[in-house]
Design a protein around this ligand. Structure first.
Ligand code: KIV
Ligand code: ZN
Length: 519
């Protein structure tokens, strides 16, 4: 007998809230479509009151949704709830998610005592319920809330008509035994608990988000809130791929089913990594580059005899192709399409045409194009909507500096040229960008990785920049490390420009302190 566990994905809300993980409107729509296609039950598409951009994204995702319920987040006040409803109501299956921090520390922010907060919860859930018959209540920081008061908040929310009760471990403080117990006790002790779905929402501050979520399911929760790659505030949220694969691989002790098509995991993981600018750690469970790699002789020998010796799941189960035969400059469009399909990447004819041109260009410079090279190629956006585009770059290097970069940069349609010097080729290149497009952003991180082995390997460069509290990341790959660096830097600047354009409505910053605005 399996029991269904609902998968509630919050990549586009809690994930996007992570500093630097801002996504553009079209990227959000694309990710939402991929989540819907992979079988996510509920997509939390954003925080509609937070900004015009969030509102538009949630409404458009709601209009385009197919099978998934579309949920928006709102603080416990009428203005937030109304705005949320305006955005989600276009969905065939809308959900309003409203919350307030119930622990002593969080109660101090709006300065409400327990009775005032209890009244607020009753009024807000009732208000949301008058708009929508699918309302989720969250007692934020539940795991640090006094037991009696937590029970009281849950009881009020159920009586006011919430159909899902979420118990967030907002600061990643709990541990598995406590997580299971908390849900179990609430189900046992709150009236009407059998009429609602209990949900778990864990953060990974102590590295226990996956374990805590699965323990909550053992305690009776039937909804897991999670994100792709575990993206999210601070150390992130529970990773969707981890809880889904754990329940699948260990069905013997966790007899729960989900609707997730696990073969779509790798593809969406790569896409989220690209659009958020957050690289996936090499040894990350399920989706890391090394998750299915076997280096040591003893492991390789075992694997050749019987793959189960060192693997608890097959790479194919998560959408990795079993074999990796490289393409070369003589490979045609059909071979490329076939390879992309094996990698789980679906493309229209126009997109394929564009990738084919870039693939040929790469194959001219590199003898063998491996799966990883293709993935790096796809990860780069085509730059159509960008304000800044790199048109040309020549760098003169040598032992007797300073190094010199000559650059042509297209800025909103106009080509501008400059020559700049610097302490090394990358510094000269970044100085050239700064001279052509003066900005006050500070480079916080610059990282280079080789995509494959060999001296002709592509380099993937990631940069993170900060400007007046706004953070943006950029990534690019090229066989020329300096060109990859220039593109990654320009990519981050383009994202910062988008970030500047996103105007906040009644909200200070998305790196939310969940300030209360009252009803
Ligand atoms: O971590 C948290 O408590 C949240 C709530 C808004 C559900 O993200
Ligand atoms: Zn959260």
């Amino acid at each position: 007998m399996t029991d269904h566990v609902l998968i509630f994905d919050t990549t586009l809300r809690d994930g996007e809230q992570s500093p630097g993980a801002t996504m553009t409107h079209s990227e959000k729509l694309e990710i939402a479509e991929m989540l819907d296609d992979m079988g996510v039950d509920i997509i939390e598409a954003g925080f509609p009151i937070a900004s015009e951009g969030d509102f538009k994204a949630v409404s458009e995702i709601a209009q385009r949704s197919k099978d998934a319920q579309i949920c928006g987040l709102s603080r416990a006040n009428f203005k937030d709830i109304d705005r949320c409803w305006e955005a989600v109501k276009h969905s065939a299956r809308p959900r309003i998610h409203t919350f307030i921090g119930t622990s002593p520390l969080h109660r101090a922010i709006p300065n409400l005592d327990m009775d005032q907060m209890a009244e607020r919860i009753h009024d807000c859930v009732t208000h949301a319920r008058n708009l929508c018959d699918n309302v989720q209540w969250s007692s934020m920081d539940a795991t640090r809330t006094e037991w009696d008061f937590l029970k009281r908040t849950v009881d009020i929310a159920i009586k006011a008509g919430a159909s899902t009760i979420n118990i967030p471990d907002t600061v990643g403080y709990t541990e598995p035994v406590e997580s299971a117990d908390l849900i179990k006790r609430l189900i046992q002790e709150v009236d009407g608990a059998d009429t609602v779905i209990f949900s778990t929402h864990c953060h990974n501050d102590l590295g226990m988000a996956t374990a805590n979520s699965l323990a909550a399911v053992a305690g009776g929760a039937r909804q897991i809130e999670c994100t792709i790659n575990g993206l999210g505030e601070r150390a992130g949220n529970t990773a969707l791929e981890e809880v889904v694969m754990a329940m699948r691989v260990r069905k013997d002790i966790m007899p729960y089913g989900t609707r997730i098509d696990t073969t779509k995991i790798m593809n969406i993981s790569r896409r989220v990594s690209t659009v958020s600018g957050f690289p996936v750690q090499f040894n990350k469970a399920i989706v890391g580059k090394n998750a299915f790699a076997h280096e040591s002789g003893i492991h390789q020998d075992g694997m050749l005899k019987n793959r189960e010796t060192f693997e608890v799941m097959r790479p194919e189960d998560v959408g990795l192709s079993g074999t990796s035969l490289p393409l070369g400059k003589h490979s045609g469009r059909a071979a490329l399409r076939d390879k992309l399909e094996k990698l789980g990447v679906e493309m229209g004819d126009n997109e394929l045409k564009d990738i084919f041109v870039r693939f040929k260009d790469l194959a001219d410079r590199k003898k063998e194009v491996f799966d990883e090279d293709l993935i790096a190629l796809i990860r780069q956006n085509d730059g159509t909507d960008d304000h800044l585009k790199l048109k040309d770059l020549t760098v003169i290097c040598g032992m007797n500096g300073p190094q010199k970069a000559t650059m042509v940069l297209e800025i909103d349609g106009d080509d501008k040229t400059v020559q700049a010097t610097g302490d090394g080729p990358v510094d000269a290149t970044f100085n050239a960008v700064k001279q052509l497009f003066p900005h006050g952003a500070r480079l916080q991180l610059y990282q280079v990785h080789a995509v494959t082995e060999g001296t002709d390997a592509q380099a993937t460069v990631s940069v993170r920049m900060e400007e007046e509290g706004r953070i943006a990341t950029g990534e690019s790959a090229d066989t020329d490390t300096v060109v990859a660096s220039a593109k990654a830097y320009i990519n981050a600047l383009n994202r910062l420009i988008v970030r500047r354009e996103q105007t906040s409505v009644g909200y200070d910053e998305k790196a939310v302190s969940y300030k209360d605005t009252g009803k």
